[in-house]
Design a protein around this ligand. Sequence first.
Ligand code: SAM
Length: 285
Amino acid sequence: MAGGITQSEYWNGEVGTRWAHNQAVLDALFVPLTEALFDRAGLNLGATVLDIGCGSGATTVEAARRVGAAGRVTGADISAPLLAVAQARVGREAPGAAPVTFVEADVEQADLGTFDAALSRFGVMFFPDSLRAFANIRRMLRPAGQLTFLCWRALPENLWVQVPREAVMPLLSEVPPPPAPDTPGPFRFADADGLGALLRNAGFGTVSCAALDRDVILGRGDTDAEAAAAAAHVALNLGPTSHLVREAEPDLRARAEAAVTEALIRHASGGAVRLRAACWLVQAG
Ligand SMILES: C[S@@+](CC[C@H](N)C(=O)[O-])C[C@H]1O[C@@H](n2cnc3c(N)ncnc32)[C@H](O)[C@@H]1O
């Protein structure tokens, strides 16, 4: 549940629509992390691949390019608005890429076939029952198949979230309660030991969690001031800070936008706001 609603309601509601409209911004934000994900996944030519929580499909299409025409790639997600963006990519794949199929499916329980590899860019932290979901993913992998995914480390290590968050918090009348343990959310798998135990309990024999730190570009502009304003817009509309002001009155929103812009301009240079993103790059087989 996210704020008392199901994950399906969450990703099919206003959040999913907002992500869908800003697909290009999000894909650009995640570029350095995506490269590391694919380097680690090491997809073989001709492989069959499942992209879990594929969203608008950027990683699905990239997987298809990497495995080539003899492969096959399935992107699965529960969000209709994001899958509509993904579907629009079909038929526009790179020459020589594998055929891509997008399916609306809950990966916690769906049987989507058998795959040589599974991957996910931040799409595995939202299952109500993670143990059941990872066991289901293990079942869909061939015996030698590998699951490779990115998830976030703790919030304070993720300066791209922490810096805007610290600027917003003093403006709020109430401090939002921390999420309950083991509930869906971006920072759920910050504890690598717990995540490793979960994956082993789900049936994975080998698990590695490597820390991955990369600067991400939160906003660009012709000037540093423009870059900071663009970055504040991303932070307050798309990133994990956005829920703090999602239902705020226009006055509070405007003050939050000003405070976050001021905080982010300190991290701007050469027309870009760069801040550290801290992930676990996980592989389990
Ligand atoms: C943070 S977004 C990441 C989207 C995409 N991988 C990307 O990097 O742009 C998380 C995604 O997981 C999807 N998701 C959440 N629970 C799911 C489930 N049970 N089965 C399939 N997808 C799910 C959401 O709909 C959303 O698209």
